[in-house]
Design a protein around this ligand. Structure first.
Ligand code: PRP
Ligand code: URA
Ligand code: MG
Length: 215
């Protein structure tokens, strides 16, 4: 597994504002989208292209276009949905599949409540979106879903990771033997007893969409 922390002052600047508890939901959403677009630039370095010739107003020009099969973008609901627009803006022809997972806040185990992915992912490059890589349980389960369907090239884009989650992903990918890169805006110190990233940014889903409770 390759790990890439995008070390760029603009990324760190936006991430710092995102972390602040004084940042409201609309600003949090906008910054999340902007950060994804910046991370996607690095994350798509190995995207497959094929030769493509166009005519400029004055001459023919040999360029490239994205290869078929088209790349698949997979946001992990709920919080990953906040990253979708920023990604598809850069790759408008990508296909989008969905995985819905929620982590039990006591056991920290993820449960899958939705899954809409193509049955056959052979030859597809997959881009998984989830802002938070904490214990890694959610991302590991999603990557396993994709590999079970034949994905042979996976890139995960996260805003923040914890060392614990990155180690877990490394162990999984060592077993699976599938090329995988995890691209992040930052790696924090550790998890607390509740499985939250420290210093982190709190609960990304709640900050994007408001707390979903019993009210
Ligand atoms: O690495 P893990 O320990 O598995 O934790 C990370 C997961 O937790 C959060 O989702 P959450 O379960 O809060 O669901 P939500 O997106 O609906 O808020 C986050 O968006 C990740 O999906
Ligand atoms: O810090 C964390 C950990 C898991 N999920 C979040 O949204 N934030
Ligand atoms: Mg949440």
């Amino acid at each position: 597994m390759k790990q890439l922390v995008v070390d760029h002052p603009l990324v760190t600047h936006k991430l710092t504002t995102l972390r602040s508890r004084d940042t409201d939901s609309p600003t949090f959403r906008r910054l999340t989208e902007e950060l994804v677009t910046l991370l996607a630039y690095e994350a798509t370095r190995e995207i497959r292209v094929e030769p493509h010739r166009v005519q400029t107003p004055v001459a023919p020009c040999d360029g490239v276009k994205l290869s078929h099969p088209r790349p698949l973008v997979v946001p992990i609901l709920r919080a990953g949905l906040g990253m979708l627009e920023g990604m598809t803006r850069l790759m408008p022809t990508a296909e989008v599949g969905f995985v819905g997972m929620v982590r039990n806040e006591e056991t920290l185990q993820p449960t899958t409540y939705a899954e809409r992915l193509p049955d056959d992912l052979s030859g597809r490059q997959c881009y998984v979106l989830d802002p938070m890589l904490a214990t890694g349980g959610t991302l590991a389960a999603t990557v396993q879903f994709l590999v079970d369907r034949g994905a042979d090239h996976i890139t995960c884009i996260c805003l923040l990771g914890a060392p614990e989650g990155l180690h877990r992903m490394q162990d999984l990918l060592d077993d699976l033997q599938v090329p995988c890169t995890v691209v992040l805006a930052g790696v924090d110190e550790r998890l607390n007893e509740q499985g939250y990233i420290i210093p982190g940014l709190g609960d990304a889903g709640d900050r994007l969409y408001g707390v979903v409770g019993d009210a």
